[in-house]
Design a protein around this ligand. Structure first.
Ligand code: F6R
Length: 610
C-alpha cells in the first residue's frame, strides 16, 4: 500500500533529494501519485502529481524546494481517484499543517461532515484529509499534543507523519495498524514505511508499536504513548545490504528475485538442518517438546501467494508429522466464528509481515486461545513481533510486486516446520534423515532449474498473445498450478486459472480448444499417471500443452507441445522446483507484452488495508 517517508536534519543536507530517493525505493508500495511537503523560508510548501515518482522528481529538479525538513508519500488510492488533487501530503485550511498517511480512516465520512459543519473547507475526496483538519481543530501547544488529541476521534488504521509551520524541524509520527519505523542517523532523523527507503543513510531503525507517537526534531527523537508517557523502544540494526534493493544489472526486480532463489533457499535452510538426528533447529518457534507433542491440529492462514505456500505446506506437514492441517484465507478466517480445538497451532504466513488480514486473523486466533507462530520474511514486522514464535525466511527484501523468492522460501520453512514436528509425531529416523538430505540439495537443484530460462523465453513467444491459460496440477503441485496462474494474471493481465487436474472434467474442459494453452505440472509422484491421463483428455480436444516434469520421468513429448524438464527431487519438495519455470514464464510473457513487471496495474506490495 502507500509509502511514506520523512526527514529532518541539522541543515547540512536538503530534504527534497532524500525524500525523492526514498519515494523511488518505496514506489513498489503504491505508484498512482506522489507528493512532498517541505518546510521552507516561506512556510510549508507542497508539490504533488498524479503518476509515478519520476514526474515529481522532474518537477522538483525544475523548481527546487529548499529546506532541511519534509515529508513525502507515494499513493495506492483507496478513497478518491488517483489524481493530483487527491495525492498526499494533505494540508489544513490555512496550510499550517501538512500530513502523509498510509491506512484507512473508517469514520472519515462522519468526521468530515462534522468538520465541514464547523467551517473547515475540504479540497480532496480522500479519507486522509479529515486527519489534517482534525489536527487543525484540536487544542494543544505542541504538534504532538494536537495529534494525540485529534487521534482520539479516529477509527481506522494509520501510519502518519505530520509537520507544522509553527514548529520548524519537527515531524510527529503516529502508528495504528500500518507499518512505520524511525531511522536514526547522525544529527538527522527519518521516518519511513520500511527500511529500504532510508538504508543508504542509516542502518539503525526503531520499529514503532500500535499506539506509539514519535516526535522527531533536529536534536533527537522520543516515543510517547497517548498519555504522553515516554516509551522505550529498541534500536535495531538492518542486516541486509543496499545491494539487496538495487537492480544490479537485472531489468526488473522480479527477474532478479527469481534468479536469487538458489541463495535465498540456502539462507532459509542455513544452520537449521540436523542431519544425524533428522531434525530441524528452529529455536525461534518457542515450542518445547511438550508443546510439539500436544499439537493436535494446525491451521495455516495467509493471503495470495502466501496462502498458496500454505496449501503446499499442508501436504508436507501432514505427510511428515501426521497432524491434520487446514489452510484458510486470512480474510475469511478472521471474520468467522472461531471454533478452536485444544492443541491448535496457528501458522500465519506473510512475506511482508504486515498484511492486514493475516495480522487480524492471527490476532483473532490468539484471542480464541490458539498459540500462533509466524512465517515471515521482513524482520521486525508486526506479525513477526506479535507472534508467539516464528521462522524468519531470511530471503532478503522482496521488491517485485509479484512474490517469487518468498514463495520458495515459505515452502522450505514449512518443510522445516514439518521436520521439526515429525520426530514428536513418530516419523522414523531414516525418513527424517533422508528429508534433511533432500532439503540440503535444494539450492543446487534450484540453480539447475533456472537453467531452463532460455527455453522458457522461447516458449513465452508462443503464448504471449493467448487471451487465457489453464494451469493444472495435483497433490502438492495443485497449489503450484494456482501460483503459476496467479503470476501470469497479475503481471501480464492474461486471464489464467489454476485447477486440480482431475477437476478439469467437471467444467473447465469446456474451454479447451486450439487457442488454450494448458500448463501441466506433472512430477514423478503417485498421481503422475493420472496427470498423464488428464493430458490425453486435453490433447484429444486440441489444447496446447506445456508439461513441467522431472528428468527421469517418462517422455511426454508425444502428448505435450512443449516439455520443460526440471531436476528430480523428493516428490514432497517438488513444488519448490516446479514453480520456477512458471515464474519465468509469467515474467517473459509480461515483458513480451510490454507490461510494467515490477509495478502491475492496480496492485501494490504489502496490503496493509482490508
Ligand atoms: C502475489 C502476491 C500477493 C501476496 C499477498 C500476501 O504475487 O505477492 O498475493 O502474496 O498479498 O502478502 P504477504 O505475503 O506479504 O502477506
Amino acid at each position: 500500500m502507500c509509502g511514506i517517508i520523512g526527514y529532518t536534519g541539522d541543515g547540512r543536507r536538503q530534504a527534497a533529494p532524500i525524500l525523492l530517493r526514498g519515494l523511488e525505493r518505496l514506489e513498489y508500495r503504491g505508484y498512482d501519485s506522489a507528493g512532498l511537503a517541505i518546510q521552507t523560508d516561506r512556510g510549508l510548501v507542497t508539490r504533488k502529481l498524479a503518476g509515478r515518482v519520476g514526474g515529481l522528481r522532474s518537477s522538483v529538479e525544475r523548481l527546487p524546494l529548499p529546506g532541511a525538513c519534509g515529508i513525502a508519500h507515494t499513493r495506492w488510492a483507496t478513497h478518491g481517484a488517483p489524481t493530483t488533487c487527491n495525492a498526499h501530503p494533505h494540508v489544513d485550511c490555512d496550510e499550517r499543517f501538512a500530513l502523509v498517511h498510509n491506512g484507512i480512516i473508517e469514520n472519515a465520512d462522519v468526521l468530515r461532515a462534522a468538520l465541514e459543519r464547523a467551517g473547515h473547507t475540504f479540497r480532496t475526496e480522500t479519507d486522509t484529509e479529515t486527519l489534517v483538519h482534525l489536527i487543525e481543530d484540536s487544542p494543544g501547544d505542541t504538534l504532538e499534543v494536537r495529534v494525540i488529541s485529534a487521534l482520539e476521534h479516529v477509527v481506522g488504521t494509520y501510519g502518519i507523519a505530520v509537520m507544522s509551520a509553527d514548529e520548524p524541524g519537527k515531524i510527529v509520527v503516529a502508528r495504528q495498524g500500518s507499518p512505520v519505523l524511525l531511522g536514526i542517523g547522525d544529527d538527522e532523523y527519518f521516518v519511513a514505511s520500511d527500511a529500504s527507503a532510508i538504508l543508504e543513510h542509516t542502518r539503525s531503525v526503531v520499529h514503532l508499536d500500535d499506539g506509539d507517537i514519535a516526535v522527531l526534531t533536529t536534536d533527537g527523537y522520543h516515543v510517547i504513548d497517548r498519555e504522553s508517557h515516554v516509551q522505550l523502544r529498541e534500536v535495531n540494526d538492518v542486516t541486509w545490504d543496499l545491494e539487496a534493493i538495487e537492480l544490479n544489472g537485472y531489468a526488473h526486480f522480479m527477474q532478479k528475485e527469481i534468479a536469487e532463489q538458489p541463495e535465498t533457499v540456502r539462507s532459509t535452510l542455513r544452520g537449521r538442518l540436523m542431519f544425524e538426528e533428522g531434525l530441524a533447529r528452529l529455536n525461534g518457534l518457542n515450542l518445547s517438546p511438550e508443546d510439539c507433542a500436544a499439537i493436535q491440529h494446525i491451521t495455516i492462514v495467509g493471503c495470495g501467494t502466501s496462502w498458496h505456500a500454505g496449501l503446499v505446506g499442508r501436504h508436507i506437514i501432514e505427510a511428515l508429522a501426521q497432524i491434520p492441517v487446514s489452510v484458510e484465507y486470512a480474510s475469511e478466517y478472521r471474520y468467522r466464528r472461531q471454533v478452536t480445538r485444544p492443541g491448535t497451532l496457528v501458522v500465519a504466513i506473510s512475506q511482508s509481515g504486515e498484511t492486514a488480514d493475516t495480522l487480524e486473523a492471527m490476532r483473532a486466533a490468539r484471542a480464541a486461545g490458539s498459540r500462533v507462530v509466524g512465517l515471515v520474511n521482513v524482520v521486525g514486522s508486526t506479525i513477526a513481533r506479535e507472534a508467539d514464535g516464528g521462522i524468519y525466511l531470511h530471503a532478503g527484501p522482496e521488491i517485485g510486486v509479484a512474490s517469487t523468492k518468498a514463495f520458495t522460501s515459505q515452502i522450505v520453512a514449512l518443510a522445516l516446520l514439518g521436520l521439526y514436528l515429525s520426530s514428536h509425531h513418530g516419523l522414523p529416523l531414516a525418513e527424517r534423515q533422508e528429508l534433511a538430505r533432500r532439503l540440503s540439495q535444494l539450492p543446487g537443484l534450484v540453480a539447475r532449474t533456472l537453467e531452463l530460462e532460455p527455453q522458457v523465453r522461447v516458449l513465452a513467444e508462443h503464448f504471449a498473445q493467448a487471451p487465457n491459460a489453464l494451469y493444472l496440477g495435483r497433490g502438492v503441485n495443485f497449489p503450484v498450478a494456482l501460483e503459476g496462474a496467479l503470476k501470469l494474471k497479475e503481471i501480464s493481465y492474461i486471464h489464467a486459472e489454476g485447477y486440480p487436474a482431475a477437476e478439469m472434467k467437471h467444467g473447465p474442459i469446456a474451454l479447451i480448444d486450439a487457442n488454450m494453452p494448458v500448463v501441466f505440472v506433472a512430477p514423478a509422484d503417485e498421481v503422475y499417471s493420472k496427470v498423464v491421463s488428464n493430458m490425453q483428455e486435453v490433447r484429444a480436444r486440441g489444447g496446447r500443452i506445456i508439461a513441467i516434469t522431472p528428468e527421469g520421468n517418462g517422455d511426454l513429448g508425444t502428448l505435450a507441445d512443449h516439455q520443460l524438464r526440471i531436476p528430480a527431487t523428493a516428490p514432497l519438495l517438488s513444488s519448490i522446483l516446479s514453480v520456477i519455470p512458471l515464474q519465468l514464464l509469467a515474467y517473459h510473457v509480461a515483458v513480451l507484452r510490454g507490461c510494467d513487471v515490477d509495478r502491475p496495474r492496480n496492485l501494490a506490495k504489502s496490503v496493509t488495508v482490508e
